[in-house]
Design a binder for this molecule. Sequence first.
Ligand SMILES: Cc1cc2nc3c(=O)[nH]c(=O)nc-3n(C[C@H](O)[C@H](O)[C@H](O)COP(=O)(O)O)c2cc1C
Length: 381
Amino acid sequence: MALKIDTRYPSIDDLRKKAQKKIPKFAFEYLDGGCNEDVNLIRNTAELRDVQLKPNYLRKHSGSSQKTKLFGVEYDAPFGIAPVGLQGLMWPNSPEILAKAAFEHNIPFILSTVTTTSIERASELTEGKAWFQLYHPTEDRLRDDIIKRAEAAECPVLVILCDVPTFGFRPRDIRNGLAMPPKMSVKNILQVLGKPHWAMQTLKYGQPNFANLLPYMPKGLDLKQLGKFMDQTFSGRLNEEKIKPIRDMWKGKLVLKGVASEYDTEEAIRLGLDGIIVSNHGGRQLDAGESTVKPLSRIAEKYGDKIEVMVDSGLRSGPDVARAMASGAKFTFMGRSFMYGVSALGKQGGNHTISLLKTELQQVMEQLCCEKTSDFPEHLI
Ligand SMILES: Cc1cc2nc3c(=O)[nH]c(=O)nc-3n(C[C@H](O)[C@H](O)[C@H](O)COP(=O)(O)O)c2cc1C
C-alpha cells in the first residue's frame, strides 16, 4: 500500500492535539489518560526515549526492509494495532476504519472484547487476519462461546489479558461519569454540542455499543452498572486454572498480554503460550509500576529464545518502535497513537497514522544502516 501522509499532521502529537479539538472531553480524556496521577503513563514514553541507538554510516548498505515475521506470517512492518475498548466512543466506526487500514498495510490488528465492532465484522474486513483479545469470562459457557466465535471467524491469534485483575483507578473517567452509551448529563451534552463533526458521525453510525457482548448483556448500563456487569461477567484475575482450558481449546497461537515480570513470563512458557506482550496497559492500571522498556530488556534477554516477546505502552513514533526493537522486542504494538489518528482524521486516520509510522521507521533504519528488523539490537548503545 502506498504511503500517504497528510502534511498538516507529521507527528502523533499533532494528531493528539487535533483529536482533542475534535472529540468531546469525556471521550478524549478516556483515551488520553492513565491512572491515578499518570506517573506510569509519562514514564512509559520518557524512559523508552532514554534508549539510544548508534549508526554505522560506513557499513555496506543494500536497503532496509521493515518486513517482520511473527507466528509464521510476514507483516510489512514490526508494529500493530493494540486492542482498545469502547473505540466507537472516541470516533464512530473507528475499529472498522483501523481494521481495514491494518489489512491494507499488512500489519496486525487486535480487536478488544469490549470494543464496538464484533469479531465477525473485524474478520470480514481483514479476510480472517484480525487477532482477538479476550477478557476472561467467569462462566465457562460464555468463555467457550466467545472462543468458538473467534475460531469460526478464523482468528489466527487469541490474546488473553493478565493486567486487569482490578479496574484501573482513573480520576478523569470518574469525574466525567463515563458510561456506555455516553450518559447525557448537561455537562456531557455541552461537550457534544461543541464537537459537531463527532456528533454528526455518531448520529450517522448510531450509539456505540459492545458489539461482541450484545448477545449476553442487559441494555443501557451506566458506569456503575457497567462495572458491576463486567465484574460479574468477567474475571480479570488470570491463573493457571483459567489459562489451561483455553490453551487446550484454542488451536491457534495464544498470547498473554500485560506481562511485566519474569515470574509471569516463566508461567506463560510453562503453560504453553506462544507469545507475551510486555505491557502495562498504557499506564492505565498500576501507577507505581515500571515503564515497559525496563522489564522488556530483562525478559527478552532471558527468555527471548523460548517465547515470542512483544511490547506496547508509550510508543508514539518510528524512532520509538526502533528503540523498543533494539531493546529486545520481536514486535511492537500501539494503542493511543492509532486512536489519536482516527479521532483526528476520521476515515483517513488509519492510513495516515500507519503511513506516518512506516515512513519514520524507514528513515531510522536507513540512517542506522539497519537492513532487517532483527538487526535493531546491534544498534543499541
Ligand atoms: C482507551 C484505551 C482502552 C483500552 N482498552 C483495552 C482493552 O479493551 N483491552 C486490552 O487488552 N487493552 C486495552 N488497552 C490497552 C492497549 O491495548 C495497549 O496496551 C495500550 O494502549 C498501549 O499503550 P499506548 O496507548 O501508550 O500505545 C486500552 C488502552 C486505551 C488507551
